[in-house]
Write a protein that binds this ligand. Structure first.
Ligand code: KIV
Length: 271
């Protein structure tokens, strides 16, 4: 009997526009290391984001602010080594694109050259449209990110949801980003109705996180979705596994076995 492994074609920027046109939902998750990225790539995920959320779930910071471009590069290289099919995007961390267009461009070029990702993600609306245009004209794919922008936590005074009141401004942002050349836009913490309106009024796909079912696709953080990060669980997260519980139980068994002498046994030793 032969085992048939489905080989799917690697995705590119155009795949996502087509998926939106065909009403084929775009599946996205974050990942930060080789092993995790390999698992979700094998599962058939469309897009993997090496997000600056790694600062919270991998490094234990209280926000994404301390994450550096070196950390993003380190994690993105590991993810890239694992992936055959998914489209990999690297987040530009806080401070790496805020000073001026030239330093932002140089940082994006560094990210793309050192990690070989086809695209980067930036938080911001119409105010970053000139930068987006510059990056796209340089040959770097750009994913936008509007609504709740975690890199603005200090000036937003907390994580806020964007309701009906903000919908018009968000739509203006989305249109400006589309005009500047983004291939997709993350909508974070946006009411379902507003997200649907934005999605229906632009051509590029929207990827929701806490933005309801009307987006062209969805993204969640790896450690949230598989129940690995347990410090807190945002309302929009659905846990598909409780891996932290599984590991804790297994770790206790391992500790007991070593203490009692049950491990290593003959099966796991060399004669
Ligand atoms: O950093 C991140 O993981 C993100 C996604 C949650 C959209 O920006």
């Amino acid at each position: 009997m032969s085992v048939h492994k489905e080989v799917k074609q690697a995705l590119n920027i155009n795949s996502f526009i087509k998926m939106k046109e065909n009403n084929d939902k775009i599946t996205c998750l974050t990942a930060y290391d080789y092993t995790s990225a390999k698992i979700i790539d094998n599962a058939g995920i469309d897009l993997i984001l090496v997000g600056d959320s790694l600062g919270m779930v991998m490094n234990g910071y209280n926000s994404t602010i301390p994450v550096t471009i070196e950390e993003i590069i380190y994690h993105t290289k590991s993810v890239k080594r694992a992936v055959n099919r998914a489209f990999v995007v690297a987040d530009m961390p806080f401070g790496s694109y805020h000073a001026d267009i030239n330093s932002a461009l140089m940082n994006a070029i560094r990210l793309v050259k050192e990690t070989e990702v086809p695209a980067v993600k930036l938080e911001g609306g119409k105010e970053i449209a000139p930068l987006v245009e510059k990056l796209v004209n340089t040959g770097i794919g750009v994913m936008g990110h509007i609504g709740l922008k975690p890199q603005m936590i200090n000036t937003m005074g907390g994580y806020k949801i964007f309701g009906k009141e903000g919908a018009e401004l968000l739509l203006e942002d989305a249109k400006a980003l589309e005009k500047a050349g983004v291939f997709s836009i993350v909508l974070e913490g946006v009411s379902s109705k507003s997200a649907e309106i934005i999605t229906n009024n632009i051509n590029v796909p929207t990827i929701g996180i806490g933005a309801g079912a009307g987006c062209s696709g969805q993204i969640l953080v790896y450690h949230d979705v598989f129940g690995i990060f347990t410090d807190f669980k945002p309302k929009f997260v659905k846990r598909y596994a409780n891996v932290a519980d599984v590991i804790e139980k297994a770790a206790k068994e391992y500790i007991n076995d070593v203490k009692s002498g049950a491990f290593p046994d003959e099966e796991h030793s060399f004669k």
